[in-house]
Write a protein of this length. Structure first.
Length: 156
């Protein structure tokens, strides 16, 4: 059975990713997101299959830099602990380092551009577009921006 890592930031990105939970029964899955009060129930719903990174926002740039550094170090640890065959992500900054590390060590990267962006690239989309094995957009007009992407329709 293939090991699949689902990783995203909290909030809307996590809501989008959780639309894929029907896939969990078809693989040896693991979830990673940022730790917030709104998603603490994941640990009880998916015991031993969830890890949390520190929640950080670029609104507080000074502390964000340290949180990002810690998250990168934890990402390295988690990657080698899980060693996924596939990494599926809906973004954002939480997922970028994991996908880059995964690409270096042979994981297949599946990126789903957020539903929220209809006409512009996200920062994570720009970073992962060149390295993703499969890049999925939810709006057909996004194919003009990401010509090698696949239109997958709305995840919701």
């Amino acid at each position: 059975m293939k090991k699949v890592l689902f990783i995203s930031s909290t909030g809307g990105h996590l809501s989008e990713m959780m639309q894929l939970k029907s896939m969990f029964s078809k693989c040896d899955y693991y979830l990673i997101t940022e730790k917030t009060k709104s998603n603490m129930d994941l640990i009880s719903e998916y015991p031993s299959r969830v890890s949390y990174l520190i929640y950080g926002t670029k609104d507080h740039l000074f502390t964000y830099i340290f949180k990002l550094l810690f998250n990168v170090l934890k990402t390295i640890y988690l990657y080698f602990k899980i060693h996924p065959d596939y990494i599926i992500t809906t973004g954002t900054h939480t997922a970028g380092p994991m996908c880059c590390l995964g690409k270096i060590f042979g994981s297949r990267i599946i990126y789903i551009e957020t539903f929220a962006n209809i006409t512009t690239k996200t920062i994570t989309g720009r970073l992962l577009y060149p390295i993703a094995d499969l890049f999925i957009v939810q709006w057909e007009n996004m194919l003009k921006i990401y010509p090698k992407a696949v239109y997958g329709g709305w995840i919701f």
